[in-house]
Design a protein around this ligand. Structure first.
Ligand SMILES: *Cc1c(COP(=O)(O)O)cnc(C)c1O
Length: 390
């Protein structure tokens, strides 16, 4: 039996309609979008510009504000490093938060090797930053604030519009990694007041290896130093031959997510709550990690007290999901996100992340609840046995 896939915050199943839209660009429509001398190139360029409009529409941007990249990791790097270089005269100070994705945290760490200073804000037990702490961190040498819209482990949403107001009043640029939010909840760059926004196709039923960075063109017009030098593609922001099939797939994924967002969001939230209630009924001693309401509709992160997340995963062969631990080369580290929320190493190691998609069914949710009930019973019986033997 194929496992039930509840790891959609890691990646999603490409929508069959996305794959269908991409296929001609692997076979007959193989032109280079930068070839301006013939029909193959024009056809590719037309497809790229259609996709640019579709991705822009999903986030309320103008098509010219979308820069294609290889994914959100590259978008985050381009945003932070591109601002650091371009706005070096304005300031050398950067602000981010402890629960950010490693693509932001490690890029920020890299900036320190360039002589920049970085403030990493803490979060409360629900995963949100404190606005007063942000205000206190801002200086007249702050160039950029980078705060994610939705967290990938807990689904917690940050108060971006309020953060933006504070940055704007001081003329500080704001970047958000909106990778997990885009396609799941309404995202509008103007309502949020962000200057730069990262997104990626494979978290919204598109293909892997293609992403975008939104770069504001008006009020203010944001400039960036390119981090990839070459032919001057993407209006000089990012050189390199465009991944035409991938970008066509990204456009289709954006169009479908927008069309189906309301229904899919409501269904996912309902199934997520059914899963949560079923687990509480079957297991008892669990607690929710992240914000109870200011949260993505598809994400459920739970600590199973007294149980080890890795052991629980090993006893759930028919469910694909993630634990609150990350295997580094040397050891199993507790999640930096859950640690930032104040969880002990032990509680972080007892956590599992369930992330649903618009393809998740109620039957799958019920099957997962059954399997968790059985797995926790098995593990608890084992630990009782061990106690008796000792
Ligand atoms: C997945 C993810 C990324 C990385 O995106 P890639 O396209 O895989 O590079 C960055 N930020 C967040 C919040 C993510 O969830």
């Amino acid at each position: 039996m194929t496992p039930v896939y509840l790891d959609n915050n890691a990646t999603t199943q490409p929508d069959p309609r996305v794959v269908e839209a991409m296929l001609p660009y692997f076979t007959t429509h193989y032109g280079n979008a930068a070839s301006h001398a013939h029909a193959f190139g024009w056809q590719a360029e037309e497809a790229i510009e259609k996709a640019r409009g579709e991705v822009a529409a999903l986030i309320g941007a103008a098509p010219k504000e979308i820069i294609w990249t290889s994914g959100a990791t590259e978008s985050d790097n381009l945003a932070l490093k591109g601002v650091a270089e371009m706005y070096a005269a304005r300031g050398e100070h950067f602000v981010t938060a402890a629960t950010e994705h490693k693509a932001v945290l490690d890029a920020a760490k890299h900036l320190e090797t360039w002589g920049k200073t970085v403030t990493v804000l803490g979060v409360d037990s629900c995963g949100q930053i404190d606005l007063d702490e942000l205000v206190n961190a801002l200086t007249d040498r702050t160039a950029l604030v980078s705060i994610m819209l939705a967290n990938n482990e807990t689904g917690t949403l940050q108060p971006l519009a309020a953060i933006s107001a504070l940055c704007r009043a001081r003329g500080i640029l704001l970047h958000t990694d909106a990778t997990q939010a885009v396609g799941k909840i309404p995202v509008d760059v103007n309502a949020l007041g962000v200057d730069l926004l990262s997104l990626t196709a494979h978290k919204m039923h598109g293909p892997k290896g293609v992403g975008a960075l939104y770069v504001r063109r008006r009020n203010p017009r944001v400039r960036l130093s390119p981090q990839m030098d070459g032919g001057g593609h993407e209006r000089g922001f990012r050189s390199g031959t465009l991944n035409v099939p991938g970008i066509v797939g990204f456009g289709a994924a954006a169009r479908l997510s927008q069309a189906e967002m309301d229904g899919a969001g409501a269904r996912m939230a309902q199934m997520r709550d059914r899963l949560h209630a079923g687990i509480v009924r079957a297991v008892g001693n669990v607690s929710l990690n992240g914000h109870p309401t200011e949260r993505l509709p598809n994400t459920l992160n739970l600590s199973f007290y007294g149980l080890d997340g890795e052991a629980l995963l090993a006893n759930l062969p028919d469910v694909a999901l993630s634990s609150g631990s990350a295997c580094t080369s040397a050891s199993v580290e507790p999640s930096h996100v859950l640690k930032a929320l104040g969880l002990s190493d032990r509680d972080a190691h007892s956590s599992l992340r369930f992330s649903l998609s618009r393809f998740t069914t109620e039957a799958e949710i019920d099957a997962v609840i059954d399997q968790i009930a059985q797995a926790t019973q098995r593990l608890r019986a084992l630990s009782v046995q061990t106690l008796v033997q000792c």
